[in-house]
Design a protein around this ligand. Structure first.
Ligand SMILES: NC(=O)c1ccc[n+]([C@@H]2O[C@H](COP(=O)([O-])OP(=O)(O)OC[C@H]3O[C@@H](n4cnc5c(N)ncnc54)[C@H](O)[C@@H]3O)[C@@H](O)[C@H]2O)c1
Ligand SMILES: [Zn+2]
Length: 385
């Protein structure tokens, strides 16, 4: 059956408020009792205070769980779950990057399934879930996914359930002003990878492609400016919108093997998620260039950005532009350049190749690699090519 004959589904769930001072919206939402899930960085950079000031001004009661760590583990989720079960909030606010938002999602997920043991599902009350992203990267504020780390096995677990989709997302550019330059570059490359992988995915569709291509264009136009001039709030606001759009796109279309490989190497060497994607992405674009359908989409990405290219050179041109952007952002070309020693790489290779092959993102990649091809891709990612 062709795709046109099938009934397909696309939904944009959260209400999205965006723009300077959009955090004030919190005061109008009739929140009741609030629980905030966040991390130490939000306390240190004064971002938590920006939120609690709004809540204090409107006499909204809140409880703070600020133990989230980057790449949150199952232990953090368990700890957060106790807080939620004790506090019984009417609203749950996730304040932070993907790690804080994913922790809050996993807490909601396990809380619901715990209650399901004793209560009829229809009677379970779910708190209003509000996500305030403080990085322009993961798009987690608009996705059904949460990525949790299993520390015992050095592996990332992807949870997926509509239960975890936020009800409201607030994109206030003030919340991303303090992101350090290196993290702005890495999280911005995560946005580009989401946009690219959703655009070429086997599950792409007219809706997801519209969001994905706009996100890619916004990244090329704004990522460098959002980093080079820390005060360029317009570039930062555009990156926040790009991140959100790329999230909407991949929530529908899925991702690809850049993410599968990034999950495996990120868990093995504790690399920030966007940084791992930034290393892997050019090698996957080159690999996808062996697939006519992906090559066609490479040309459409360039057309949308009004970038000229010679016939049959779409992949080469897109690849050159992505590599140029990476150089501008001062990101390493390969794992070896980043300083991972060869013995460690060789010792870990078999396990990480297996993990990447099994990763859920591999299911929607435009050109599924054989085991041999995945081994070769890993060598490229390590040695460069
Ligand atoms: N759920 C999804 O759809 C999805 C998609 C991609 C990635 N992820 C996951 O998200 C996580 C990565 O999230 P991330 O890249 O946003 O980083 P992060 O949330 O791990 O944050 C990284 C560091 O930056 C700090 N930080 C965040 N915002 C800041 C700000 N405004 N000012 C100063 N410091 C700030 C944090 O305190 C933290 O120390 C990974 O676990 C990844 O697997 C989830
Ligand atoms: Zn990602």
């Amino acid at each position: 059956m062709s795709k046109m004959e099938q009934t397909r589904f696309f939904q944009v769930k959260p209400a999205i408020y965006y723009g300077l001072n959009s955090i004030q919206k919190l005061s109008e939402l009739n929140l009741g009792r609030v629980c905030i899930v966040t991390d130490e960085g939000m306390v240190k950079f004064g971002l938590l205070k920006m939120i609690t000031d709004v809540l204090d001004q409107h006499q909204i009661r809140y409880h703070v769980f600020d133990d989230v760590e980057p790449d949150p583990s199952t232990d953090i989720v368990e700890k957060g779950l106790y807080h939620i079960l004790l506090e019984k909030p009417d609203a749950l606010i996730a304040l932070g990057g993907g790690s804080a938002i994913d922790s809050a999602k996993a807490i909601i997920y396990y809380c619901y399934h715990f209650k399901e043991i004793f209560i009829e599902p229809a009677l379970i009350q779910k708190p209003i879930f509000i996500a305030l992203p403080t990085t322009a990267g993961t798009g987690s504020e608009v996705t059904n996914y949460a990525v949790i780390t299993d520390k015992n096995n050095n592996a990332k677990i992807a949870l997926s359930d509509t239960l975890m989709m936020p009800d409201i997302a607030i994109l206030d550019p003030k919340l991303i002003e303090s992101v350090p330059a290196g993290a702005t570059a890495a999280t911005g490359m995560d946005v580009l990878t989401h946009g690219y992988e959703a655009y070429v995915s086997t599950e792409n569709n007219p809706f997801s492609r519209a969001y994905a291509i706009k996100a890619i264009e916004l990244v090329f136009k704004n990522l460098y400016d959002s980093l080079a001039d820390g005060s360029d709030i317009h570039a930062k606001a555009n990156m926040q919108i790009a991140s959100c759009m790329a999230g909407i796109a991949f929530n529908s279309a899925g991702l690809g093997i850049t993410h599968s490989i990034a999950h495996a190497i990120g868990a093995r060497w504790h690399l920030p998620h966007g940084f791992a994607n930034a290393i892997v992405l050019p090698y996957v674009i080159a690999f996808n260039g062996n697939c006519p359908r992906a090559t066609h989409f490479h040309g459409r990405i360039l057309d949308a950005m009004q970038i000229g290219f010679k016939p049959d050179h779409a992949t080469a041109k897109l690849l050159a532009d992505v590599k140029a952007l990476k150089r501008q952002l001062q990101l390493p070309a390969c794992l070896k350049e980043h300083g991972i020693v060869e013995e460690e790489y060789l010792a870990s290779k078999e396990k990480i190749v297996q993990q990447a092959m099994k990763d859920v993102c591999t299911t929607t990649t435009p050109l599924p690699p054989t085991l041999e091809e995945m081994n070769k891709l890993f060598d490229d990612v390590y040695y460069g090519c």
